[in-house]
Design a binder for this molecule. Structure first.
Ligand code: GUN
Length: 287
């Protein structure tokens, strides 16, 4: 059996087009375009690439993107002052502080300072708590993107056995909450879980977010399962390198019903959901 490929790039393009249409309708009704402020501290090359692609996606969807680049030596006090200024700036709808931060800036303190109504990453403890409580709020972009891929692929997921592998605050935990809120039966596994093959064997849905290249093997999967691979791991290949997920992709394609590729699966959905969250924040703030 060969699984269906879940085309995250195409599904993300549809979502971005939906956001762009909603932005056009809002501006036609006299609202200003939603505005996302992205803060980048230091010169981590991977972060610079992410920030650039976020800015480009904003522009393509008709959103305003503001970029604040600060030197790697920025103090936490100065970073908090910028967050305060963006919080009180009425023309800013969404604030994203790119992680990781340099060691002198505590990510927890910075995230907690962001106005929860502008927290388009969904990382603020208030939004994390609202999600865990099943209340509406801004939801982290990567798990939201995974949920969108699942509902596109499967329709409803109520009653399905879902296994989330990874317990991070950015992906694993919010993913589990989203799945519970959709009435799936949810198991969270992690690096200390005892028998991962036994857990995957009963899962209709597997979300892999462990950050270990090709750790989840094809024969572990339940035949016909839907596999969402959040991992992006750079591994040596020939003279250069390649990107692989947390799932052994070719093996999974032999057993699963549908699988996301890496790259081109979850990654494009994360940015599309960031645009969606910025629109959501702007709409809620204008109401
Ligand atoms: N660094 C890597 N991924 C993310 C993300 O989703 N949000 C933020 N703020 N930083 C990141």
């Amino acid at each position: 059996m060969t699984a269906t490929l879940i085309d995250g790039k195409a599904i993300a393009a549809t979502l971005r087009a939906d956001v762009a249409a909603a932005v056009t309708a809002r501006t036609a009704a006299g609202h200003r375009a939603p505005c996302l402020a992205v803060v980048l501290v230091g010169d981590d090359p991977a972060s610079a690439v992410y920030v650039r692609s976020k800015a480009r996606a904003c522009a393509e969807a008709g959103l305003r993107g503001l970029e604040h680049r600060l030197p790697a030596t920025t103090t936490e006090t100065d970073l908090l002052a910028l967050v305060d200024a963006l919080n009180t700036n009425d023309s800013v709808d969404g604030i994203l502080v790119q992680l990781p931060l340099p060691p002198q800036c505590r990510a927890d303190a910075v995230i907690a300072r962001i106005d929860p109504a502008k927290d388009v990453d969904g990382f603020h403890p208030l939004n994390a708590g609202r999600l865990a409580a099943g209340l509406p709020g801004l939801v982290p972009c990567t798990p939201l993107g995974c949920l969108r891929l699942l509902t596109r692929t499967l329709g409803g997921i109520a009653g399905a056995e879902a296994l989330v592998i990874g317990r991070s605050t950015i992906v694993g935990r919010p993913m589990a909450s989203l799945l519970i809120n959709e009435s799936a039966t949810v198991t969270i596994a992690h690096s200390r879980s005892r028998d991962l093959p036994a857990l995957t064997a009963r899962a209709d849905i597997v979300i892999a977010a462990v950050g270990r290249p090709e750790m989840i093997r094809g024969p572990w999967l339940k035949p016909g399962a839907t596999v969402i691979d959040v991992g992006i791991n750079r591994v040596a290949s020939g003279d250069g390198h390649k990107l692989v997920g947390d799932v052994a992709f070719a093996e999974a394609m032999e057993v699963a019903g549908a699988v996301t590729p890496v790259p081109g699966g979850v990654g494009p959905m994360t940015i599309a959901c960031l645009l969606e969250n910025t629109l959501t924040a702007a709409t809620a703030r204008a109401a």
